[in-house]
Design a protein around this ligand. Sequence first.
Ligand code: SF4
Length: 364
Amino acid sequence: MIQVLLWDLGAVYSERMSLPARARADACPGVLAVHEAADGALARVRLPGGRLTAEQAGVLASCAEDLGDGSVHLTSRGNVQLRGLDRDTTELAARLSAAGLLPAPAHERVRNYLASPLSGLCGGFVDVRDAVTELDRAVCARPELAGLPGRFLFALDDGRGDVSAEDADVCWRALDPTLGAVLLAGRDTGERAPLDGAVDALVRKALWFTEVRGSAWRVRELELPDGDRLPASPGVPIGPFRRDDGRSGVCGAPVLGQLAAADLRALGEIVVTPWRSVVVPLGTGAPGLVTDPDAPGLGISACTGRPGCATSRADVRADALAVRHRVPAGVRMHFSGCERRCGRPHEPHVDMLATSDGYQEGTP
Ligand code: SF4
């Protein structure tokens, strides 16, 4: 099946390529420091734990309509991006600040917090939602942490093993209802803390990293003793779910991670997952989302590609859409316009790299 698709796209086959050595400065975008893309400025809006209230969703939707390209774009860290913006983001920043989405300008690019998206709704040993809020406050209260690299990632896993598998730099993961493990770069450090000590443990580890990191951006770049990996579980399954309180919610995925502003507004309160899907905590209506777990093409993602990215060799999103309906739901496939492979998934996937001679398939 995949070979047929590749043939359609004029692909060539070769061995997996190694990742290029990193030679760029840390350029993670925010709202106040945007990325200059070929289709205008790009701003990344941090959502601690992926959570958006209905009011905040409405504000983001209006920003996308009035100031951007009319959509929000989900990221692999449970944040969202606005594209096609003016370089001067004064108005955007003012709107987001008023909605509580830009609470600490000096720390905006380090507010990267994953949390189990279904925490407090169903499953898990504990509810980590309040801890995410507490962690954000604690990080933003420490001026030293404003200097963390924009790629540094915190995570709070309620015990199901979903976000702890995302190799966050520092992670607290519940082991049972009373105690959790502290992980560094996805490995167990042996340190244990209860939920009400999780924030302190993570902040201490982040402060330690600022002291020892040198030029490292991520904890995994340091030489550390090997710790165990804890059992992982996949992300939130697509489709409806039953909450612990007996009510219903649903998880769905916007096509290629792009959600129209009108759909975002209609969804209201949501939790953005690190797997380019969205949890609707209450109800089963999900405008703009694919909620059928068997839908073809569910596992396809793509970087921005042309025309939004000047580096790209192809309009990878158009190419991905062209084959989407013929890719079985269980196939995870990522299209990239160059070797940077922006937004590639962490899990095993078919790597589709645009080259000057068509697409090259790999299996990273
Ligand atoms: S992978 Fe390359 S082409 Fe795609 S968005 Fe990133 S830099 Fe642009």
